[in-house]
Design a protein around this ligand. Sequence first.
Ligand SMILES: [Mn+2]
Length: 279
Amino acid sequence: MGVSNVSAGLVCDHDQTAAEPEVETTIRRRRVIRLMALESAASTHPGFVRAINEDAVLDRREIGLWAVADGVGGAHAGDRASQAIVDSLAELPAAASGPEMLQQLQRTLEQVNGRLYGEALAAGSERPIASTVVCLLIQGDRFFCLWAGDSRLYRLRDRRFEQISRDHSEVQSLLDYGLITADEARRHPRANAITRAIGAQQELALDCIMGDVEPGDHFLLCSDGLTKVVDDAEIALVLEECTPAAAADRLIGMTLERGAPDNVSVATVATVATSRASC
Ligand SMILES: [Mn+2]
């Protein structure tokens, strides 16, 4: 179990807004290049209750792309859907810029959506061939999160642990309306009911959040198999104390120790400052 990428990959970004004082005092303002190494790991496990693993994970540190997909449905529809997503993302070429990469990513997910939707339609199946997906794209000092469904992206920064994505689920809607508490949401009988997924509808509606990346950030992508049994405070502590590879193993391990009622997947990404250079 576990695929890990722990060697340093360099992300080079020309950042003209965050010039350091010694750079500004030179006659010709120089561009500051922020060098960050990315460390990452990904792991998935079927758990102890489900017969097959309908989750799939992707770790492409070399192009700054990670994904977790959680297949919906049974009769091998779920695992086919999540695997189709990850297989398509595995072939995504590196693009010249972050926005271009994001566009390619979106297009790829739309294509998979169309394919899976069409397949279920052609088979006359009432059940969709569908899967959630959460993607993290890191390009320079920006990140983009693209998702559909309830697989999540979290970030730990300066000891602040934050859920970046927002679930597309029935319980999230109940939470938004203040009808249930966060604790009730976790134990809700409709906790598995998602409102968006790749392949579920003809038109795909993805959500996207972008933000800055700072050295020392830890990101976690995960399926609900983790968050059903490990709470936020425990996850935050693991990310704070462990390297991405150790954190991925530890989070899967904690889930297994607690009976792993669902398939569980994690991808962990940390940014480490290497140096600042100018040119
Ligand atoms: Mn799940």
